[in-house]
Design a protein around this ligand. Structure first.
Ligand code: ADP
Ligand code: MG
Ligand code: MG
Length: 546
């Protein structure tokens, strides 16, 4: 046991060393260029025929597509200023409220002066502004500038999606895009990753630290053992989790970068979250509970993550501290989307799912519900982060399920001295038994939550842009989880035979790279920059296959 102990520690040490190295673009396989070799352009013709020519997807959403489209614009004197304006708009987005007005005016003056003046487009706003007392007038001016810029931003994209987009598709930059897409769509097998330490254990298998050999980027690989999935009839659940994850794109929810299969398992390759889960931070760091600024910060990030899911009509249904993971910098992401479900247009669902102690009254009562259980969950989370215990259970108390359910449906939760007035009010409003009266479930939706005084120190726009410094940064040398040897080994199930019919499901699961995270990996790790070279003076190289 002494030996395994040392080996495990060494393993996790090497894992962390590697994480440090990979940040500098090292840790790549010496064969990385071969792994990412562009096919000859003639091999991209099938793709060129079938690819949907959607400007927004090809030139805005996909990171490599966006970069190549920008390089194309840069090569045309008449389009260059579009790039600078897009840059400025990006800067404007993350400016603090105080800087926004003057920066916004600068953009307007620089790019729009020869166009319609502000006052012509928004005469009502400006007229109103001039007649109001100055703080409101100031607010409306900022709003006016903001609207003007938004409008111009969408006009700009509308313009670019016309003739420039057509020209782009005839250029060498688009050929290069097709080549990158072909590399992206290469089949994914276990050989494209290195495996490091064990991170945790789930219902169907283990989660390991992985590294993409081509780029050096670290990931977490959640393995679902095929025999376990089959025995536990988890096929639909696994596929649901995978399909929901691949449609998401939020800095507050783990991203799925690859889905593939091996002989034994189905693998989900996810954003790695090395800072431990919130449960560990609430209970195992000396004192139970967290300081108010951390509670507000985590609650705000969770709120943005839930909002992203809700905008896509997804209810998460499993909010609890264990499922909120920290990254190296101290930002959180929602993880474990096994219970999430997509609501079909205007419909509600039913289903008593979730974790005992965190289920909303309407879930326990087996009623039809929409997005409301998640806002109840946020109330439970804020309560638990603050008090160091969940709202319906005393510390160390053991409860049977029925009693817990009764308390959730009938009892008022109690608030100790540790709760500030705003936190108490916020939790009360979220822990309203009737979902129709609950904060977040009314007309104003998430904005009702974000504008509550509990969040008065949070600037949600800057939070969404990722420019807010977290109040706590995990120590890179610490391991914020139970010791690896305490995690039981994952046993294989005997007597389960995998058949032909199971293959239909494996095929649906095994879709390989997911476009946006894969392209982000290429850019972030420097592979894009190093490989995306063109011939002299920006000419089309004689042979794009090099
Ligand atoms: P299950 O759905 O089977 O419960 P989870 O998704 O919760 O599986 O993963 C099991 C455990 O693996 C988690 O409790 C956590 O310790 C670890 N884990 C999961 N995802 C990640 C990740 N992205 N980064 C780091 N560790 C993770
Ligand atoms: Mg879990
Ligand atoms: Mg799960």
């Amino acid at each position: 046991s002494e030996v395994t102990n040392i080996t495990n520690r060494l393993d996790s040490f090497l894992g962390s060393v590697n994480i440090i190295i990979s940040g500098g673009g090292k840790g790549r396989s010496w064969k990385w260029k071969d792994m990412l070799r562009f096919p000859h352009i003639s091999q991209c013709m099938e793709l060129a025929k079938t690819l949907e020519r959607d400007y927004y997807s090809l030139c805005v959403k996909q990171p490599i597509g966006r970069q190549l489209f920008r390089l194309f614009c840069q090569s045309k004197p008449e389009l260059r200023h579009c790039n600078s304006l897009l840059d400025k708009m990006g800067e404007y987005e993350v400016k603090s409220d105080e800087e926004k007005r003057s920066f916004g005016m600068q953009i307007i003056n620089r790019f729009l002066s020869r166009q319609v003046p502000l006052s012509d487009l928004y005469p009502n706003v400006l007229h109103l502004a001039l007649t109001l007392p100055s703080p409101i007038c100031e607010g409306l001016c900022v709003l006016g500038i903001h609207l003007r810029l938004l409008c111009f931003y969408s006009d700009l994209h509308e313009y670019l999606s016309g003739a420039p987009f057509l020209q782009y598709q005839q250029s060498m930059y688009f050929d290069r895009f097709l080549q990158w897409k072909m590399v992206e769509r290469q089949p994914v097998t276990k050989h494209i990753f290195r495996q490091y330490r064990l991170l945790g254990k789930g219902g169907f298998g283990e989660v390991w630290a992985f590294q993409a050999r081509a780029s050096g980027k670290m990931y977490a690989c959640k393995k679902l053992e095929k025999t376990h999935v089959k025995k536990g009839k988890g096929e639909a659940m696994a596929l649901n989790e995978k399909q929901i994850l691949e449609t998401l794109n939020s800095r507050f929810v783990v991203s799925l970068a690859y889905a593939y299969e091996t002989k034994q398992s189905l693998c989900l390759v996810l954003t790695i979250m090395n800072g431990g889960d919130l449960r560990f931070h609430i209970y195992n760091m000396g004192t139970s509970g967290l300081e108010q600024d951390r509670v507000q910060f985590y609650a705000a990030e969770v709120c943005c993550g839930l909002h992203h899911l809700h905008q896509m009509n997804i209810v998460y249904r499993d909010l609890k501290p264990e499922n909120i993971l920290l990254d190296d910098n101290g930002h959180i992401r929602i993880s474990d989307l096994g219970l999430a479900v997509t609501l079909s247009e205007g419909n509600l669902v039913r289903g008593r799912v979730g974790t005992l102690g965190y289920m909303a009254p309407e879930v326990i009562g087996n009623d039809y519900y929409g997005l409301s259980p998640d806002w109840w969950g946020l109330g439970c989370l804020v309560y638990e982060m603050t008090a160091g215990r969940s709202p319906f259970k005393r510390k160390g108390e053991r409860l049977i399920g029925k009693e817990m359910e009764r308390r959730i449906q009938e009892e008022e939760e109690e608030y100790g001295k540790i709760f500030s007035n705003e936190t108490k009010d916020f939790c009360r409003l979220l822990l309203t038994k009737d979902p129709r009266d609950r904060l977040g479930c009314q007309g104003s939706g998430v904005y009702g939550i974000q504008s509550h005084p509990f969040f008065r120190t949070i600037n949600f726009r800057r939070l969404e842009a990722g420019v807010i410094e977290p109040p706590f940064k995990p120590d890179p040398r610490a391991v914020y989880c139970q010791d690896v040897q305490d995690i039981d080994e994952f046993s294989t199930v005997k007597g389960v035979i995998l058949e032909r019919a199971d293959n239909d499901f494996y095929i649906k699961f095994n879709t390989g790279s997911v476009a946006i995270p894969w392209q982000t990996e290429m850019i972030e790790m420097g592979c894009f920059k190093e490989l995306n070279v063109f011939g002299p003076q920006g000419s089309r190289p004689p042979d794009l296959d090099w």
